[in-house]
Unconditional design. Structure first.
Length: 128
């Protein structure tokens, strides 16, 4: 099976040895996105709500570069530095996704890159 790297300037550039996404067959694996502005590469805010919105915006940009949308997401992993922010993630997901919602795991972590409060990665399955 071949693997193809997906990249877009509409989402933050990778800040390490990884790709924004990899397509393998009809599956696209989106690397975790933190709430960086793709141009300035700085956090959009110190507040959680704008950070969550930016994370989903970044994921959507990478999905678009792969020729799809977040509607094809089947699995998300959400990383939060405070699980108290979980209701805000649910609210954002209700705005971003339609039913059936993707499967999801949520994990509280002690820290995230660049002082972010949230990070989300995704697995997309493209239509056959």
């Amino acid at each position: 099976m071949s693997r193809t790297a997906i990249s877009t300037a509409a989402a933050p550039a990778a800040i390490g040895a990884y790709s924004q996404a990899i397509r393998a067959g009809n599956t696209v694996y989106l690397s975790g996105q933190i709430p960086l502005d793709p141009v300035s590469m700085t956090l959009v805010s110190s507040e959680i709500a704008p950070q969550i919105a930016q994370v989903f915006s970044n994921l959507a940009a990478v999905a678009a570069a792969a020729g799809t949308t977040l509607d094809t997401a089947v699995k998300l992993t959400v990383y939060l530095t405070d699980l108290g922010h979980f209701p805000l993630v649910n609210e954002a997901m209700a705005r971003v996704f339609t039913q059936p919602y993707p499967a999801r795991a949520t994990v509280q972590v002690s820290a995230l890159p660049k002082g972010s409060l949230v990070e989300v990665d995704a697995v997309l399955v493209l239509p056959e």
